[in-house]
Design a protein around this ligand. Structure first.
Ligand code: GDP
Ligand code: MG
Length: 197
């Protein structure tokens, strides 16, 4: 059965570091306590091709990822040309994207579909900023992660920040379609739905 129009769906993935640190329960607890509903849930050890399809391939997204990384190099006084052989945001974005494929296939993932009012923004708020030092206390990344882009870049790997959550309705649609068949997504009512909204 379809969800009602007032609800939105988002895709959440607990990354290998979240799974291996035993944070599955803690992460799900925080999503559920906010009043959001888990409508699909499973564990998978993903293949590189699946992660390659998961992260966007358009040049704008790749450039944005490269810009983010360049920002860190600048902030910590590192020379991107010395570290990576280029200061081109697109090329650096591609490089970080390849680090992400390694990271996301280094252990099992827990993937889920979360449904609720403004689910995309609500979950992003619960998750916190991509860079652990910028993540507010009380967010998943702010409370449990301590990695730095500076160190991650130097070690040529993605920042270990526990969790992925769709940023836009387009990302959510794409990711839900990629990771779940319609039969794996369930319709049910949480008991407090009539009281909360
Ligand atoms: P998210 O939506 O908050 O996960 O962040 P993005 O979509 O911008 O980036 C995807 C993932 O790439 C992040 O969660 C990090 O694991 C990794 N990442 C992002 N920016 C950087 C960076 O500057 N350096 C490195 N090494 N990894 C990064
Ligand atoms: Mg993102």
């Amino acid at each position: 059965m379809e969800n009602t129009e007032k609800f939105e769906r988002t895709c959440v993935i607990i990354k290998p570091d979240g799974v291996m640190r035993g944070l599955i329960g803690e992460i799900i607890k925080r999503i559920e306590q906010r009043g959001l509903k888990i409508v699909a849930l499973s564990m998978i050890w993903a293949k590189k091709e699946q992660i390659d399809s998961h992260y966007p391939k358009d040049s704008e997204w790749i450039k944005r990822l490269g810009e983010k990384t360049l920002g860190t190099y600048r902030k910590y006084g590192l020379d991107p040309i010395k570290e990576l052989g280029t200061d081109d945001p697109y090329k650096i974005g591609l490089e970080v994207r390849s680090w992400l494929l390694e990271y996301m296939t280094s252990g099992p993932l827990v993937k889920m579909v979360v449904e609720g009012i403004h689910a995309i923004d609500m979950v992003r708020k619960i998750v916190g900023s991509s860079i652990p030092a910028n993540a507010e206390m009380g967010t998943i990344r702010g409370d449990f992660s301590v990695d730095s882009p500076d160190i991650a870049n130097r070690e040529k790997r993605a920042i270990h920040n526990l969790i992925h959550a769709s940023e836009t309705p387009q990302e959510a649609r794409h990711e839900i379609e990629l990771w779940f068949s319609p039969e794996e997504i369930f319709y049910y009512k949480r008991t407090e739905e009539n009281l909360m909204f």
